[in-house]
Write a protein that binds this ligand. Structure first.
Ligand SMILES: *Cc1c(COP(=O)(O)O)cnc(C)c1O
Length: 403
């Protein structure tokens, strides 16, 4: 039914919804079952042989999960998708499907820490090597591709530097030698960026973030542009047991219906706060792709439908001032994650990116004083007032640093 609509909001609201299949239910029911009865032995055999499409066993597929997969595949413009237990299960599915001994990966930095960790800690054991180039360095990305490169893996906007990867350029560089381009699109969500439109072959999400949007579930998904990748990804996810639970899928489906409204409101809040903070005396520097001060502001306008809702900044007083700010907020919550309806603040150098060695952190733009603010959907005046009172606490403690 999602195929009858064209708009981004409508696709999120209707994707995977087909009341006729479910006694008229307007919300896709939760098929809370591990296994499915076959009407006949012949039909059971046909389902295993793939000549009949009915369900078999929930690790191999479930109607609630399938509705969510259809919805996200439509939003991203892919041929299909496979739901996974977490975002990291989505990353694992892609790596296991594409990489074997002797292969090489080109990635951008910064990357979500555990994604890079999988390559450097685990896939290195299996004989896979990797090279990482700075997200904005399109020429460097092309130059890093070798004859044995089998995957280009990028994240844009990158976390927490908010550097962008030029997706058209990355796709051209990868495809010149027939290498698939994989994009972790968690930060932007398909409401703001659809990498397949720029040539990506595989797109993945931590649906824990904006797609679910309510900070109450962990989940992931992988979307493929072409059936050949979808078949390989699906087989890996089912074989390694990385697939999704129907109750989890239902929660994400419930969240995804309001994706566009949440993303647009949080983004409007972020734009207001970023513009205000940037000119605040206590701020040393601020990064937000929606402000002209962002070095890739033009690229953001070209490849995204909006700059999103994450802001990175450093206070004049550096790491001590940043810590005090995080300890002093009362509405904004000190917690990792992003893309939820509530605003969260965190310190990448000692939290999400603490496993990255200090020298490498600096190379990736993760300075000791960097504070990451994931803006939510509250009333923007409440958020501004909260930051104002917290900045006043910082100023009182460090009069020279915060003025
Ligand atoms: C959170 C996140 C992940 C991992 O997702 P989980 O659901 O926590 O496993 C991967 N990539 C990005 C960009 C993320 O923000």
């Amino acid at each position: 039914m999602g195929s009858k609509v064209k708009g981004r909001h409508s696709k999120a609201i209707h994707g995977g919804l087909d009341p006729e299949k479910h006694h008229g239910a307007v919300s896709v029911p939760i098929y809370q079952t591990s296994t499915f009865a076959f009407p006949t032995a012949e039909e059971g055999a046909a389902r295993f042989a793939g000549t009949s499409q009915g369900p078999i066993y929930t690790r191999l597929g479930n109607p609630t999960v399938a509705a969510l997969e259809e919805c996200v595949a439509r939003l991203e413009g892919g041929c299909g998708a496979i739901g996974t237990a977490t975002g990291m299960a989505a990353v694992s599915t892609v790596f296991l499907a594409l990489l074997r001994k002797g292969d090489h990966v080109v990635g951008t930095h910064p990357l979500y820490g555990p994604s890079r960790g999988l390559l450097e800690k685990y896939f290195s054991r299996l004989g896979v090597t990797s090279t990482f180039v700075a997200a904005p360095d399109a020429a460097g990305l092309g130059a890093a591709i070798r004859p044995e490169t089998r995957m280009v893996f990028v994240e844009t906007p990158a976390n927490p530097s908010l550097d962008l990867v030029d997706l058209d350029a990355a796709a051209r560089a990868a495809h010149r030698t027939g290498v698939p381009l994989v994009v972790d699109n968690t930060f932007a969500s398909p409401h703001l960026q659809r990498p397949i439109e720029h040539g990506a072959d595989i797109v993945l999400h931590s649906m824990t973030k904006a797609l679910n949007g309510h900070s109450d579930v962990v989940a992931g998904i992988v979307v493929a542009r072409e059936p050949k990748h979808l078949v390989a990804l699906t087989d890996v996810a089912r074989s390694f047991g990385l697939t999704m639970d129907p109750h989890q899928a239902w929660l994400v489906l419930r969240g995804i219906r309001s994706l566009g409204m949440r993303v647009e409101r949080a983004q409007a809040n972020a734009l207001t706060l970023a513009a205000w903070l940037e000119s605040h005396a206590a701020i040393e520097w601020l990064r937000y792709p929606g402000l002209p001060s962002h070095p890739q502001y033009e690229l953001a306008k070209r490849q995204m439908d909006g700059p999103g809702s994450v802001i990175s900044f450093e206070l004049r007083g550096g790491v001590e001032a940043g810590r005090l700010l995080m300890d002093s907020v009362r509405v904004i919550t000190l917690a990792v994650s992003l893309g939820g309806i509530e605003s969260l603040i965190e310190h990448p150098a000692s939290m999400t990116h603490s496993k990255v060695p200090t020298g490498e952190q600096l190379r990736q733009g993760i300075t000791p004083g960097l504070v990451r603010l994931a803006v939510g959907c509250e009333d923007v005046e409440d958020l501004r007032a909260d930051l104002e009172q917290a900045l006043a606490v910082v100023a009182a403690a460090q009069p020279s640093a915060a003025r």
